[in-house]
Design a protein around this ligand. Structure first.
Ligand SMILES: [Zn+2]
Ligand SMILES: [Zn+2]
Length: 278
């Protein structure tokens, strides 16, 4: 029924999604609690949203780190305790939440979400809470972090592309899917110590678009997770060298050093969240 519900919402938003509500009121995609019918945009209950979203005041707009703000808070242009000594090629980061617990589980699900139900709802959740933030400095162009073709082949789902398209549609901004290319396979950043992450992605991207179309443009770079920011930094460097005026970043989850995610998965298995039959 979830598939029918989401299909109706996607293609016949008004009439059929109301009909779908009446036939079978939707449940939260994560915890299966019945949802209030007034909720129209995404299929997550308040409790699950609270678990996944941090407030704007909890993360550093310069690096996306959560909970390391200086006494100056978000208005401190020098960044947070985590990034003060670092320089980035991107100007700011918009984050939905911490890459742990439920948000981590949803991001992992999105990697194999072939029918796009979780991905679509996650994108709508992101936009419903971060649209104003993105609109503050509206980009001219959106582009996803490219995935190496080997990883794309095995996964079959390229979530940053899906995420970029959803943002582009909502904000009415063009999306370029083919201006960056992975030049080599890189080890997943998670497997590396922080000091190796920047060297791991050095030279990993090439600009393959038309420079005249990028010149002077403000670009929004989209990915699902940010670890230290090394990957986005490298992609932003390539875009800026190719002529972009500025690069901003939008991600669902920001990993934090001290996170231990394994306990949550033991406590809340996929069966508990009833995700296996989506
Ligand atoms: Zn829920
Ligand atoms: Zn910071």
């Amino acid at each position: 029924m979830l598939k029918f519900y989401d299909f109706a919402r996607k293609y016949f938003y008004g009439f059929l999604s109301d009909a779908a509500d009446l036939i079978c009121p939707p449940n939260c995609l994560a915890c299966q609690k019945p949802l209030d019918r007034s909720r129209k945009n995404y299929l997550f209950c308040d409790c699950c949203c609270q678990n996944m979203i941090v407030s704007l005041w909890e993360y550093c707009p310069r690096c996306g780190a959560i909970g390391f703000l200086t006494p100056g808070g978000r208005s401190d242009k020098g960044g947070c305790f985590e990034c003060r000594r670092q320089t980035f090629q991107f100007s700011d980061v918009t984050v939905l939440g911490k890459y742990s617990e439920l948000l981590r589980l949803m991001i992992l699900r999105m990697k194999h979400d072939r029918d796009g139900i979780v991905s679509g709802n996650m994108a709508r959740l992101f936009l419903s809470v971060r649209k104003q933030e993105l609109r503050r400095n509206l980009p001219d162009l959106i582009t996803p972090i490219p995935m190496h073709f080997i990883r794309r082949f095995f996964r079959g789902v390229n979530n940053p592309i899906f995420f970029a398209k959803e943002i582009g549609t909502e904000l009415n901004i063009p999306v370029s899917l083919d201006i960056l290319r992975r030049t080599r396979y890189t080890e997943p950043q998670f497997n590396l110590k922080p000091n190796r992450r920047f060297s791991n992605v050095r030279g990993a991207f090439a600009f393959v678009g038309r420079k005249e179309l990028l010149a002077g443009k403000h670009v929004l770079l989209v990915d699902d997770i940010m670890t230290t920011g090394a990957t986005c930094n490298e992609a932003a460097r390539v875009l800026r060298e190719a002529g972009a005026a500025s690069v901003r970043v939008a991600v669902y989850g920001r990993t934090m050093k001290e996170e231990k995610n394994h306990n949550f998965e033991k406590l809340f298995s996929e069966k508990d969240y009833n995700l296996t039959n989506l």
